[in-house]
Design a protein around this ligand. Structure first.
Ligand code: UDP
Length: 240
């Protein structure tokens, strides 16, 4: 059993602890929720446990489909051992339907279908509000090499295929989601961070009901129930 050591970092939704092994850390998922770059704050009861478990189930599914991830071992309801990586300071968003910031910025109705998935990059910087950037910014400013960026793009689209197909079978439309990638000690790119209702838009395939953090962002009510319902569908799809 890995016992978490010193607190290395505390973010909005997670804490990260050292372990005796220099290339492993423990992440702990919190129930704290923020939106609009920290301007809206709250608590979503049970969210930490859902996000921990769902991320780990998705990481294992993705590993089985050839996507390398930082996942090592689930320790408890809220804690997981992951590989220590250098996070590439770029948030990678994949979109299948226009929603959220894309719909608002370009004046496109939410739910508009896209001919093919769109991959976007945002510079991870809270003070600047995570600005949208181009692949040239990422490369020229040295956040990732051209080769790394190509690999990140390929993996992000693969994640979209694997999760999109899995979720459709659970009656869930994968509208869009955000990924983060890291570099391992030996320089390989792996999927990191989390994949959860905090970082994805999940819409019921038939009714369009939102089953994700937009219920919190937009004060739609039924936030906890939506997280639990998504957990139930994901576990059901994996026969758990
Ligand atoms: N997202 C995220 N973290 C962020 C910004 C976005 O996890 O800091 C996710 C969000 O949940 C959605 C997707 O990325 O699934 C696209 O988000 P969008 O750019 O539409 O921004 P938002 O509407 O969330 O501000």
């Amino acid at each position: 059993m890995v016992e978490p050591g010193a607190l290395l970092y505390e973010g909005k939704a997670k804490k990260v602890y050292a372990t005796p092994s220099p290339d492993r850390v423990v992440v702990e998922y919190k129930d704290d929720a923020t939106a609009f770059n920290g301007q809206k704050r709250g608590t979503i009861e049970g969210k930490g446990a859902v996000n921990n478990r769902m991320s780990n189930l998705f990481f294992r599914l993705l590993e089985a489909h050839g996507v390398p991830t930082h996942f090592v071992e689930e320790l408890s309801e809220r804690r997981t051992v992951v590989r220590r990586v250098d996070i590439v300071p770029v948030e990678v968003v994949v979109r299948n339907l226009a929603a959220g910031s894309m719909a608002a910025r370009l004046g496109i109705p939410e739910g508009t279908a896209l001919r093919r998935p769109i991959v976007e990059f945002y510079y991870k910087n809270d003070e600047l509000g995570d600005p949208l950037v181009t692949p040239d910014h990422v490369e020229v400013l040295g956040w990732a090499s051209a080769e790394e960026l190509e690999e990140i793009r390929r993996l992000a689209l693969r994640v979209n295929e694997v999760l999109g197909e899995f979720l459709a079978a659970q009656n869930v439309r994968l509208v869009d989601f955000k990924l983060e990638f890291g570099r391992t000690g030996d320089g390989r790119i792996v999927l990191a961070d989390e994949i959860s209702p905090d970082t994805c838009r999940f819409w019921d395939l038939k009714t369009g009901e939102k089953l994700d953090k937009d219920r919190f962002r937009r004060d739609l009510g039924g936030v906890e129930q939506a997280y639990q319902e998504m957990m139930r569908r994901v576990e059901g799809g994996l026969g758990r």
